[in-house]
Design a protein around this ligand. Structure first.
Ligand code: GDP
Ligand code: MG
Length: 407
């Protein structure tokens, strides 16, 4: 791969130049707007510098196509005279010699090109810089869309770089192509995270614990999951270790009563062990202590208590779609001690965007099992699929959603 820098007065002109010289084969790596020249800060000229990459083969092919080797060499005065000297030495040529000369001439052209391109690196470092990133209009639009969806900056940068290095020039200028690329990119990342099994059907006792900050909707979500499991003819049992908050036990007890399922409140290890071992349920749902996730000692105690059950427990982190992006990292990290594989996203009805959460699950390789979108038990819950999660990414061209619709 070789790199070349194109300089122009503005982005449009730079693109036109690249197209003319390299066709659609070049990939844009970086675009900078630079102020150059001037004296004592005055009279600086704005220029746009676009760094592109192109494979050696393509480069040589392009030069041959466009300029013709002889034309190209004629323009390169210094190098041409050297070649002429060498050519003159071989005044009379046989056919085979001609062929050799043609190869030689090709090679020389090629090495001149390479040398020029290698110098670009040096040249780039010397450029006086007041750099400002300039993006193609479609790319800056997609950047805004991703920002509005609350994806984090480094994630967006990575995605933009990926677009620039993957899509050829003519496609980068096409809104639908770029939006489609973004959709596919996110879908590819989210697909493996939304297709995980919620609980394993092959083991007879599935135990699922919902952990997460206070007030995100753990108890309500447990009631919803329980009601849906009952609808699927599963035997369900509820346990709470949420004894700390007055009324917390009462809340789950009420749901258990309504659904006619057993409910136990556990305060210590032995009790938890006894209840789990005696249970004949297919699904045991455990509600947890409603204290701040900042209270680490309490979380450790809770974890010890759950570990004492000696059973295979799957931990699920419950996060609200309304959580501020800044808070999310802390929450994902603080609950990491539970080794949770999956998350549930609650309160989707109260938030337009879930990009920050999606960003975190992709980064930490966590599955999304459910999302909830209202207070009604048992209705306001959905199993997460890649399609309903992708539908929560707002602002992409409607045609992109249409193309991917799962009719
Ligand atoms: N709007 C909305 N409210 C919800 C949702 N899930 C739970 N809630 C409400 O959030 C509040 C706290 O829920 P709760 O289950 O007690 O949270 P916990 O402290 O995590 O157990 C209650 O008023 C619930 O009705 C949801 O998906 N959407
Ligand atoms: Mg609760």
């Amino acid at each position: 791969m070789q790199y070349k820098e194109i300089e122009a007065a503005n982005l449009e002109e730079a693109r036109a130049k690249i197209k003319q010289e390299f066709g659609d084969r070049a990939r844009i790596i970086r675009t900078n707007e630079i102020k150059e020249g001037g004296f004592l800060g005055f009279g600086k000229k704005r220029v746009v510098k676009v760094l592109i990459s192109i494979s050696e083969d393509e480069l040589l092919k392009r030069y041959k196509e466009n300029l013709g080797i002889s034309n190209y060499l004629r323009n390169e005065k210094l190098q041409t005279s050297q070649i002429n000297e060498q050519n003159n030495e071989k005044a009379e040529k046989t056919d085979t010699n001609k062929k050799t000369d043609q190869n030689f001439s090709d090679m020389l052209t090629y090495s001149i090109l390479m040398e020029k391109l290698n110098n670009i690196e040096k040249y780039m470092h010397n450029a006086e810089t007041v750099k400002k990133e300039v993006l193609a209009p479609v790319l800056s639009e997609i950047k805004d869309i991703l920002k509005q969806n609350e994806f984090f900056d480094d994630f967006i940068e990575e995605l933009i770089t990926k677009i620039e290095s993957t899509l050829p020039l003519n496609k980068i200028e096409n809104k639908l192509e770029v939006h489609n690329f973004v959709y596919e990119y996110l879908k590819e990342k989210l697909e493996p995270l939304t297709e995980r099994k919620i609980y394993q059907n092959n083991i007879d006792k599935n135990i699922m614990v919902l952990v997460g900050p206070t007030g995100v909707g753990k108890t309500t979500t447990i009631a919803k999951i329980a009601a849906n499991a009952i609808r699927e003819k599963k035997e369900v049992e509820l346990i709470t270790i949420d004894g700390y908050r007055i009324g917390a036990k009462y809340q789950l007890e009420k749901y258990a009563e309504l659904m006619n399922v057993p409910m136990n409140a556990c305060e210590d290890n032995l009790e938890l062990q006894r209840i789990i071992s005696l249970s004949t349920a297919d699904l045991i749902l455990i509600d947890t202590i409603g204290r701040s996730q900042k209270d680490e000692i309490h979380l450790v105690k809770m974890k010890k208590l759950l570990e004492s059950a000696n059973e295979k427990i799957s931990y699920v982190l419950t996060v609200s779609a309304t959580t501020k992006p800044k808070e999310l990292e802390k929450i994902f990290k603080n609950f990491e001690m539970f080794d949770y594989d999956n998350i549930i996203i609650t309160k989707n009805d109260e938030s337009e965007t879930i990009g920050a959460i999606l960003n975190k699950v992709i980064e930490r390789n966590k599955g999304i099992v459910y999302y909830t979108d209202g207070q009604r038990v048992p209705n306001d819950i959905e199993k997460a699929t890649v399609f309903n999660i992708m539908a929560k990414i707002k602002g992409l061209d409607p045609n992109v959603y249409l193309t991917h619709a799962n009719f």
